[in-house]
Design a protein around this ligand. Sequence first.
Ligand code: G4P
Length: 526
Amino acid sequence: MNPYAQEIRRRRTFAIISHPDAGKTTLTEKLLLFGGAIHVAGAVKSNKIKKTATSDWMEIEKQRGISVATSVMAFDYAEHKINILDTPGHQDFAEDTFRTLTAVDSVIIVIDIAKGVEAQTRKLMEVCRMRKTPVIVFVNKMDRDGKDPFDLLDEIEEELKIKVRPLSWPIDMGQRFKGVYNIYEKKLNLYTPSKQYVTENIEFKNINHPDLEQHIGNTQAEKLRADIELIEGVYPEFEIETYLKGDIAPVFFGSALNNFGVKELLDCFIQIAPSPRPVQAVERIVNPEEDNFSGFIFKIHANMDPNHRSCIAFVKICSGRFERNSNYKHVRFGKMMRFSSPTAFMAQKKEVVDEAYAGDIIGLPDTGNFKIGDTLTAGEELHFKGLPSFSPEMFKYIENSDPMKSKQLNKGIEQLMDEGVAQLFTNQYNGRKIIGTVGQLQFEVIQYRLLHEYGAQCKWDPISLYKACWIESDNQDVLENFKKRKSQYMAVDKEGRDVYLADSAYVLTMAQQDFPEIKFHFTSEF
Ligand code: G4P
């Protein structure tokens, strides 16, 4: 057995995802409190980017600065090393979140009991489904009135397209919220609004015991028994294996703000959530407990100081142990590199570390050597897969507005695309460059950074596009014919892959009908 196997197995690397305002930041903070990583509530700054700030780029940068500090929060809890990866709340940074999901082994989804499943949650769950990431659902804000829990479970199954299994069950809600019955541990967790945490934690193996009435009153006792009977009848028995395969999501209820049900969630989480999982590389499957180090870059964060164009490249360690000052191979460059100041992220602090293990995330200071998806190894030729680009939602032509600076502009565009700020497509018909983003904010970010970091000026020209689709076909003739017919709408992405730019949903549907032998993909990885 690998000498570090024990270290690796005790790691739990996950992300908390939610629609903005469901309570992700609050839940994260409570988890950190349990881990002793912080000592006072309010210590974790929300990295939410205020909706009003869309045109105030410096303000956004400041707020993103906070998000670097809280990008990864690590702490020890009950023999386990927990790594929480934070994800930006603002939907214009959704692509960042998608990529972060490639670096986690499991996910906790926070849903607001009143609002139910919201748009952002649906999108993020799609990524989890694609990757078969195990998911736990935390239904938050039980201290407020909201949907009927059974209706909400149906909604989750329908909207998120995943089977659910409640492992705790609420006893009323809002002002009348009494607590939850923890089905997993067979315990009654009682809640007193003024105390704002689990006031009593009572072993309750048999909820038919008459003592139940004393704790929650006759009406609620009767209702709880009926609910639990229904749950046991309707939902399948909880099996860890099914959860680990991503086929079923256990559900917990609580209130993050009141720290209610959070410890119970964490205790169950460390028991059932996976330790680092094997990762698929192009060449082979890489096992976390292999002797040799390997990892990939899933996020690059630009420095906020425009005078130093240095970044932090975030590496997810996929196997073995990383050591400071060792030589590792940058596979795309085919050259060995040494890292003298890798950083780990302990709650709010960032500090230089001498070693890190599979499952951990480290930050490497970088001056433009890395791009998203790059692999580092102890020497082996490995290429990790699974960092898809999604079809952007917005498109604009990017034009140079200072002819003397076209070199700077091209370099800037290239580096920003490597960082994953947006996607570049080159129209094959007129040679013009098109930038695709998920939100308006990115265009402002790009323009600002090109000017301040590269001294290049750009302007945006409108282009009306609906979607970018990566196309492929087993039949080369059909593919060539399609490309000829649609020549004005054909582009290549940064890797030189063929992309069809559909200008409307109708045109796309027609193209799909007319060319059944062509596959149209909405992500770059298929
Ligand atoms: P996010 O990161 O998912 O965007 O959500 P965040 O934790 O910032 O929570 C959004 C709002 O919901 C916050 O209120 C927070 O206090 C509240 N909240 C979180 N958990 C609960 C809960 O269990 N019950 C209730 N009633 N509220 C909860 P805010 O007013 O927007 O911010 P703040 O001024 O309280 O920080």
